[in-house]
Design a binder for this molecule. Structure first.
Ligand SMILES: C[S@@+](CC[C@H](N)C(=O)[O-])C[C@H]1O[C@@H](n2cnc3c(N)ncnc32)[C@H](O)[C@@H]1O
Length: 266
């Protein structure tokens, strides 16, 4: 294994740990959902050159524009498919590019993990000519999801990890960008397996591989995950989940805490 695999993580979650087992679901469980993808791509507007930060295995990366990807975790880079552009080994906090190098920059489900968010956002603004697009969870709404009733430790951790949308807007404003935020409407068959994607499919949480592909479970205290999953398993077996949350099964869409945050240079 390369030395990069054993280097310290650039974010708050170590994707290289346990020989990269947490990245095993990228490409299978954590795949780009086409509806979220088209929302992101339309937010990128007419940008021809795009920097993808924390690019992971390449989800949501456009294929019809000139893309440069950066990804600090070796285990993630190893999951990039052959058709994706190779990822440069770098972190948001120190981008190896000149000022105003890209029409647009994007980062999907990554900003909450950065070690030094203020520096990363400053770097993002420095290298971007026009538009920055982030896909991120609004911490003010992470508790709305029914999973919170089974494992509040997980949504509590998410609430702390995720930047407030207003904090992102303030940071962007200090670098000359104006921010808007769009809600993301999830469909019941959402392909990208983050937690809220399974709002209508509670059985999915019983699958170890699904939870392993969701970094939030790595932030709950020992024993909490086992307690929550056995409670959910019991409620699914005895009908308690159906009685309380069963209406989710027939909801075609769900207004999640996910947001597309768009910052435009003014
Ligand atoms: C949840 S994954 C998302 C990957 C991909 N963008 C996606 O949507 O599937 C978060 C990614 O952010 C990366 N990351 C963590 N800290 C970072 C930092 N400081 N700079 C850039 N990327 C970082 C991780 O290595 C990981 O690949």
């Amino acid at each position: 294994m390369s030395s990069a695999v054993s280097s310290p993580p650039s974010g708050d979650f170590d994707y290289n740990a346990n020989r990269g087992t947490h990245t095993a679901g990228y490409g299978t469980i954590r795949r780009a959902d086409p509806r979220i993808q088209s929302q992101i791509h339309s937010a990128l507007g007419t940008a021809r050159t795009v920097l993808n930060i924390g690019a992971g295995a390449g989800s949501y990366e456009p294929t019809d524009r000139h893309v440069v990807a950066i990804e600090p975790a070796a285990a993630m880079r190893a999951r990039r498919p052959a058709h994706a552009v190779p990822a440069i080994i770098a972190s948001a906090e120190s981008l190896p590019f000149d000022d105003l190098s890209f029409d647009a920059a994007m980062g999907t489900l990554t900003v909450h993990q950065w070690r030094d968010r203020a520096t990363g956002l400053r770097e993002l603004c420095r290298v971007t000519r026009h538009t920055i697009v982030l896909l991120t969870f609004d911490p003010e709404h992470v508790h709305d999801f029914w999973l919170n009733d089974y494992i509040p430790e997980l949504t509590d951790a998410d609430q702390i990890r995720m930047p407030r949308i207003s904090a992102l807007a303030e940071a962007f404003a200090s670098h000359g960008f104006t921010t808007t935020s769009q809600p993301v409407i999830l469909h019941a068959d959402c392909i990208d397996g983050f937690t809220e994607a399974y709002f209508a499919r509670p059985e999915m949480f019983l699958d170890d591989a699904v939870r392993q592909a969701q970094s939030a479970w790595g932030f709950v205290p020992p024993g909490a995950e086992e307690r929550a999953i056995s409670a959910l398993r019991a409620d699914l077996a005895n009908g308690a989940w159906e009685r309380k949350y069963g209406h989710h099964r027939t909801m075609p869409t769900y207004q999640s805490s996910l947001r597309v945050v768009v910052a435009q240079r003014t």
